[in-house]
Design a protein around this ligand. Structure first.
Ligand SMILES: [Zn+2]
Length: 468
């Protein structure tokens, strides 16, 4: 019996428990027609209180049924600072209020994602509980929980954006939103999903569809500390199928040994032939070329680049020397834009503008993106006509402003290169990398201000577009 003063706020009445579970297929009469119940407890950070010790929500367990279940990311991307999914079912809880590695959370600025729990066969569950901890808006939990009994005919894992209930075999168990109506959102949260009169049902799969708690800034994805599921039968042992092991990451080097590239496709094994045959030769040929085109005196270009291919959102993103590409998009664009998109990201790796002197002004966004798109569309693959006049003609009333978009900026840079300065991009990159870029750059290199150049480019481009 717990006697401490936990849970100042027991938000039970707030918890939105919606749908009665329809157990038409389940023979056991004690399961029919009962709704799951959701109990939420919020414990603000208080050093005098033991963490995660709630009044009604059980303590996190290291021996529950979920401990030996398989946890898989079905949709969304983990944050680079997040712990692995295993932290959700190892029974260990964070010891401090802000411990990224002891929690699992989705990438900053993303819309959350879906986590699938697989017991291998149906488990009659007594309760499910979830725990989270963060000093601010990443403390509360916002998710829906669905369950599926087993892989019956028509069964699919809901990896797309649709509501899981629209997929054959899936039932809504509970809707959880622990955001307090008033008061600070930080602290520890415990959620108990149970049924007052019996089990909440036999499920082989649980699906957590998780949303950010706020969108005012990119940091709204909850720090989840633990997920427990406890079966009625204490002897139940989950038997999830072993994960099909993807290929190990491998490293390729340029012939001179100067540059190395590690490619991780453990979560996108289907891309292996394309990566080895189409992408790797381009990387080995073009990365050294790009470093030449963007050479900066006294600065060594990164000599080891890591490329990770995995299902995600968007196209690709680079932080430091690490490129993460959405394998689903790459798969769709393997004969289209995929290779060029990676070339664009390689330019970001070389730019390293984040390492410019601290006192210098941040580089303008249109140049950070305009330079990679210039090198991609006008140097690497001019035959694709991705940003030139051919492309402009295909746009409905393109906005001819030099900073109006990646490809428009690339078009503008190409014009300045051809008209005024074949060496523009190397100098521009050096100025940005060394923190020396400013309005005078254009006048010094071309004899004209940026405004003058932009205006002449716009006029000439309009004339060219007007001609048939
Ligand atoms: Zn970019």
């Amino acid at each position: 019996m717990k006697t401490h003063r936990s849970s100042r706020a027991d938000h039970r009445t707030r918890a939105r428990v919606t749908r009665a579970l329809a157990w038409g297929l389940v023979a056991a009469p004690l399961l029919t027609g009962r709704a799951a119940q959701v109990i939420v407890e919020h414990q603000p950070e208080d050093p005098s209180l033991p963490p995660f010790a709630f009044r009604r929500v059980p303590d996190p367990s290291a021996t529950d049924t979920a401990t030996r279940a398989a946890f898989r990311l079905l949709q969304g991307e983990a944050d680079d600072n997040s712990g692995p999914l295993t932290v959700l079912h190892d029974g260990r809880i964070p010891t401090g209020p802000d411990e990224p590695q002891a929690n699992f959370f989705f990438a900053a600025g993303t819309e959350g994602g879906r986590i699938l729990v697989d017991f291998g066969r149906p488990a009659l569950l007594r309760y499910i509980s979830t725990y989270s901890r963060h000093p601010n808006t990443r403390g509360p939990q916002v998710y829906t929980l669905h369950g599926a009994r087993d892989e019956e005919p028509g069964f699919r894992q809901p990896a797309d954006g649709r509501n899981p209930s629209e997929h054959e075999g899936w039932t809504l168990i509970a809707t959880v939103d622990t955001r307090p109506r008033t008061g600070p959102p930080g602290g520890r949260y415990g959620v108990l999903i149970t049924n007052t009169e019996g089990a909440i049902g036999p499920f082989r799969y649980l699906l957590f569809d998780i949303r950010p708690t706020e969108r005012d800034d990119p940091f709204g994805n909850t720090f989840f500390s633990e997920v427990d599921a406890v079966s009625v039968d204490p002897g139940f042992v989950p038997t999830p199928p072993a994960e099909p092991a993807g290929p190990e990451p491998f490293t390729v080097r340029t012939p001179d040994g100067r540059f190395a590239f590690t490619l991780d496709l453990s979560r996108a094994p289907e891309l292996e032939p394309w990566i080895r045959q189409k992408l790797v030769p381009v990387i080995l040929e073009w990365y050294p070329k790009l470093t030449e085109m963007l050479a900066v005196e006294g600065v060594e270009p990164p000599d080891h680049v890591r490329l990770v291919f995995r299902p995600g959102r968007g196209v690709a993103a680079t932080s430091g020397t690490r490129i993460v590409a959405n394998s689903r998009w790459i798969e769709r664009e393997r004969d289209g834009e995929a290779v060029g998109a990676i070339v664009h990201e390689l330019v970001h790796v070389i730019q390293q503008y984040g390492r410019r002197p601290r006192s210098s002004a941040p580089p303008p966004g249109w140049l950070v993106e305009g330079i990679p798109d210039y090198l991609r569309w006008f140097v690497f693959e001019p035959q694709s006509h991705g940003a030139d006049l051919v492309w402009l003609r295909r746009q409905r009333s393109p906005r001819l402003q030099h900073d109006a978009g990646y490809r428009i900026s690339a078009n503008f840079l190409d014009w300045v290169v051809r008209r005024h300065d074949p060496d523009l991009v190397r100098h521009l990159n050096a100025a940005l990398r060394l923190g020396r870029y400013g309005p005078s750059f254009w006048k010094e290199r071309t004899g004209h201000t940026l405004e003058e150049l932009a205006e002449t480019w716009r006029r000439e481009t309009e004339q060219a577009l007007a001609q048939p």
